[in-house]
Design a binder for this molecule. Structure first.
Ligand code: PLP
Length: 428
């Protein structure tokens, strides 16, 4: 297939996500034929550096030989079997290992296939937990300003990103929102809300340390310490949505670890869990949550299900990702790497049109002071013309590369950032 054919056929048949399709009359659709390491390649051999890990999922690079080999090996055994009433080796191994490495006492794992489904599961589980304990009135959720937890109807009700939410507002159940943790008085506002309305609140859901879709907004782990105390005091479950932050993205295996306090009650994982190879998500819960469902009464059980729950190929890929992270000391290695990268980005950080240059783990972000009406799209195109995939959010440009990225490749991201700031920025 040629680039041109791929684009024409795709635009005729595929409804692409998160896109006004008509915009593709003016705006390129990028056909990809192959991918290896941090690089994508189109049908004519043009290479594009994947600066956003293919929407935050690709952890260790494309075409990773070990993950591919593990999936191939699993193909020869069992690809998928229903998880209701059946089990298999990859799901057992993955569950045991996640429970071992997760923060706190998260001893049980419930599976789905995408992040939004994990959010749905966590919300339903939190509500049902309290109902099983005789507190059916606890049926609302608290989320943070700017929080993003997926776009199915339940998840969207705790998501605060206007562009995803506004069109569907009439479908969404009203929930409660508290200020972004970086704002003065945020923890007091949370305390006030929980103290006044805890009788109707099942859970608080947060993206620990970095809010991704809101534009890589970063905040101090101290908020999580205080939120943990408040949730315990007011009998509200705490859901850590580590769908983006998990598996080392923020510099520790899970972002929650940086709070150095008791763990969350529920934790959602997806995205990097399979290294970006196969769709998989899960919710970990404490023994205490699990025990509230364990009963002779069927209706007290968690009867939620998805067809591909616990898919064997995906679980096998996830086990291999853990193997690699552990064996190769990837996260410790990333720390040294990230320090070097940040040091190399001084010119970008101090560019007159660049604001609030920041970094956590393997995430770098900054705002561009710009008047450009379609900044995000134009910046995307400019980067693409330089062979770099960046996908700005509003005026925020971010780098979230696969961990295999090297110094020379990171320099290409920085150069693209400088080109964007130079072209669209209004220095003040
Ligand atoms: C991406 C994301 C989700 C949703 O995951 P999908 O697989 O896209 O449904 C939920 N929460 C966070 C923090 C995310 O970054």
């Amino acid at each position: 297939m040629s680039n041109e054919r791929a684009v024409a056929r795709s635009l005729a048949a595929v409804w692409h996500p998160c896109t006004q399709m008509k915009a593709h009359e003016r705006f390129p659709l990028v056909p990809i034929a192959r991918a290896k390491g941090a690089w994508l390649e189109d049908f004519e051999g043009k290479r594009i550096l994947d600066g956003v890990s293919s929407w935050w999922v690709n952890l260790l690079g494309h075409g990773h030989p070990e993950i591919e080999a593990a999936i191939r090996d699993q193909l020869g055994k069992v690809s998928h079997v229903m998880l209701a009433g059946f089990t298999h080796e990859p799901v057992i191994e993955l569950s045991e290992r996640l429970a071992r490495v997760a923060p706190g006492k998260l001893g049980h794992v419930f599976y789905a296939s995408d992040g939004a489904s994990a959010t749905e599961i966590a919300l339903k589980m939190a509500f049902h937990y309290w109902a099983n304990r005789g507190k059916r009135g606890k049926n609302r959720f608290v989320s943070l300003d700017g929080g993003y937890h997926g776009e199915t109807v339940g998840a969207l009700a705790v998501t605060d990103v206007a562009i995803f939410r506004d069109a569907y507002a009439p479908l969404l159940r009203e929930n409660l929102r508290v200020p972004f943790p970086g704002e003065a008085g945020a923890i007091d506002a949370l305390e006030r809300l929980l103290s006044e309305r805890h009788a109707e609140i099942a859970a608080l859901i947060v993206e620990p340390i970095v809010q991704g879709a809101a534009g890589m907004r970063m905040y101090s782990p101290e908020y999580l310490v205080r939120a943990r105390e408040l949730c315990t005091r007011y009998e509200v479950l705490l859901i850590a949505d580590e769908i983006m932050t998990g598996f080392g993205r923020t510099g520790t295996l899970f972002a929650w670890e940086q709070a150095k306090c008791e763990g969350p009650d529920l934790m959602c994982l997806s995205k990097g869990i399979t290294g970006g190879f196969l769709p998989l998500s899960c919710v970990l819960c404490t023994d205490e949550v699990y025990a509230a469902f364990y009963d002779d009464d069927v209706a007290r059980g968690f009867l939620h299900s998805h067809s591909y729950t616990g898919n064997a190929l995906a679980c096998r890929a996830a086990c291999t990702v853990l193997d690699i992270l552990e064996r190769d000391g990837v996260i410790a290695g990333n720390r040294a790497k990230a320090e070097r990268f940040t040091a190399s980005a001084g010119e970008l950080a101090s560019h007159p049109s660049v604001r609030n240059f920041r970094q956590r783990g393997m995430i770098w972000a900054f705002e561009v002071d710009t008047q450009a009406a379609e900044f995000a799209r134009q910046a995307f195109e400019l980067a693409l013309s330089r062979g770099v995939l960046l996908r700005p959010i509003g005026r925020t440009v971010y780098f979230m590369p696969p961990y295999v990225i090297g110094d020379r490749e990171f320099a290409l991201l920085v150069d693209a950032g400088l080109a964007i700031a130079g072209r669209f920025g209004t220095p003040s």
